[in-house]
Design a protein around this ligand. Structure first.
Ligand code: FRU
Length: 557
């Protein structure tokens, strides 16, 4: 763990503070706060910083900075210990369920359980007891959950709709002994809104045909054939199965060879229909590790058609399309059971990367989920692509709305400086004009240590990027401190929009209304408390913008 003192650098630029439009009396108060309180607090803080003893050898940066400075405030994270993939995502009886790969015994991956939380809105989460624990068939790996209102599974009783979890049992002893058949698919069910779970007596429901990687079943109801469909990750491809009752499964087909990236093993697939201008298309999500867009893990997607048996992609086979161009969105799958009148395809992912997930410097927990997102299809040059927007429910976290003064930006223009104690989380929405399509511009969050993270556009060809090279603690993994670049896959017009969410240890960037998205972890050693717009060359214009300080759902608001 690096010593925070050694990270001190001077800012590479001079900040030109320009404060947002004054709106009396809030703005007046802000001016007082900015002119008097902020400098006073800054002096006091720098005095405190000078007199604070250096952390003793072995003491973490985090301990020196107080407890849990990287604890996400607007993202789901476990209270303690290790978490990876979201599992069993189902909306039922007014609640979004989020199960997740969980090891309650350590801060690194271990014997997998299904942790559990529920939310009325995907934003505010209530932790519930662990739902599924390892048993004689093995650890509880990733999988999905569905409500079975027609009781096709005959697991319902007394008219109560069963929630059925379909997951992988992973037998660590068989795996260690060199067997190939250590992963099988099993069921568990709940008759009390997911509060307690019973493993099905006939497990496994899908035996292993002799393939080492055979996991992560995602199940959905296929109305046209009145059957359940399972998409399963099998080495570096997916298999489709069908079932009348969730208990007996028939193999339908395979997809993968020749399509997308095969640099790593395929994991956590999802399959669902989506609408594009009144036409139904099918989206297949496949997480892959390694081989992700920024190294390590990432989630690719395919768009095509599915007839209940076979998936036929429509894109160019050699194209690898990424749902998120950042380093830290993996194993995302969508919620089942979202009411038709809602109509959204809702998803969140694991906000980390297998390249360093077990080394990130948080304590006493590791990992968080991304913000929930609503997926959509769009057409770009005759090709269909997948976009994602933050869900509208997140607007309920806005505690203030600060309009930004429109006007020219050259070099760097500060839009806000916030007392360290109040810093983050934030949402910032910007519309920027780039005369002639020239672009090296965006937003930068920084702190008094000279640490910063940038998110912006560059190159006339249209790229979105996140630069976390100087974003704080990155020493835990080679390659963490990097700039990530993602193609925009659209013609950048003269106006570009950027919506950015900054939490204590993450930045999520939605460009052009979600047509290009990047999610990246950052570990600043002090909260980012300055926000500025920059323009690398020439001049850009801030057409409009709003800064929303957000309240954390963990703050008890
Ligand atoms: C993906 C994954 C899954 C597996 C689970 C184990 O991150 O490797 O394929 O089911 O994690 O925790």
């Amino acid at each position: 763990m690096p010593n925070p003192g050694s990270m001190k650098t001077t800012l590479p630029f001079r900040l030109k503070p320009i404060f947002p439009v004054p709106v009396f009396p809030v703005a007046f108060l802000r001016i007082i706060v900015r002119r008097i309180a902020v400098p006073l607090i800054a002096v006091l803080l720098s005095f405190a910083a000078c007199t604070r003893p250096e952390p003793a050898a072995g003491e973490s940066v985090q301990t020196a900075l107080g407890s849990e400075p990287w604890r996400p405030r607007i993202h789901f994270s476990p209270d303690s210990m290790w978490m990876n993939d979201p599992n069993g995502m189902v909306y039922f009886d007014g609640e979004y369920h989020l199960f997740y790969q969980y090891y309650p015994g350590d801060k690194v991956w271990g014997p997998m359980h299904w942790g559990h939380a529920v939310s009325p809105d995907m934003v505010r989460w209530e932790h519930l007891p662990v739902a599924l624990v390892p048993d004689s068939l093995g650890y509880i790996f990733s999988g999905s959950a569905v409500a079975d209102p027609a009781n096709t599974s005959r697991l319902g009783q007394d008219g109560r709709t069963p929630l059925v979890a379909v997951f992988t049992h992973h037998d660590p002893d068989l795996a260690r002994d060199g067997s190939d058949v250590f992963q099988v698919q099993s069921l568990a069910f709940s008759l009390d809104r997911g509060r307690t779970w019973t493993k099905y007596g006939g497990n496994p429901v899908l035996a292993n045909p002799g393939i080492r990687d055979f996991r992560d079943p995602k199940v959905s109801w296929f109305a046209d054939r009145s059957c359940w469909i399972m998409v399963l990750a099998v080495q570096d491809r997916v298999h489709f199965y069908s079932s009348p009752d969730l208990r007996t499964w028939t193999r339908e087909s395979e997809f993968g060879p020749g399509w997308g990236t095969h640099e790593g093993v395929w994991e956590c697939p999802d399959l669902f229909p989506m609408d594009l201008y009144g036409q139904q298309k099918w989206v297949l999500l496949v997480s892959v590790n390694p081989g992700g867009p920024q190294g390590g893990s990432g989630t690719q997607y395919f768009v095509g058609d599915f007839d209940g048996s076979r998936f036929v992609p429509e894109q160019n086979p050699t194209d690898t399309l990424w749902m998120d161009g950042g380093a830290d969105n993996y194993a995302g799958v969508s919620w089942s059971g979202v009411p038709a009148e809602d109509g959204r395809r809702l998803l969140l992912g694991w906000m980390s990367n297998w390249a360093y997930a077990q080394q990130v410097p948080t304590h006493p927990w590791r990992s968080a989920m991304t913000l929930p997102r609503s997926l959509f299809l769009f057409d770009a040059g005759g090709e269909t692509h997948l976009g994602s927007r933050p869900v509208r429910e997140l607007a309920s976290l806005r505690k203030d709305s600060v309009p930004l003064v429109p006007g020219p930006v050259t070099a760097l223009r500060e839009i806000s400086e916030i007392s360290g104690m109040d810093a983050g989380p934030f949402e910032v929405d910007l519309t920027l004009r780039v005369p002639g399509g020239r672009a090296d511009l965006g937003i930068v969050f920084s702190n008094d240590e000279g640490e910063e993270v940038r998110a912006g556009f560059r190159n006339p060809g249209g790229e979105l990027y996140v630069d976390r090279t100087r974003s704080g603690d990155g020493a835990f993994s080679n390659g963490f401190a990097a700039t990530h670049v993602h193609p925009l896959r659209m013609d950048p017009g003269e106006e570009l929009t950027l919506r950015v969410y900054l939490d204590q240890s993450s930045v999520e960037v939605f460009a052009e209304d979600g047509k290009a998205v990047m999610t990246d972890l950052v570990f600043p050693t002090r909260p980012f408390n300055r926000i500025a717009i920059y323009c690398g060359e020439g001049e850009t214009e801030l057409v409009s913008g709003t800064l929303y300080p957000l309240k954390g759902f963990r703050d008890g608001h």
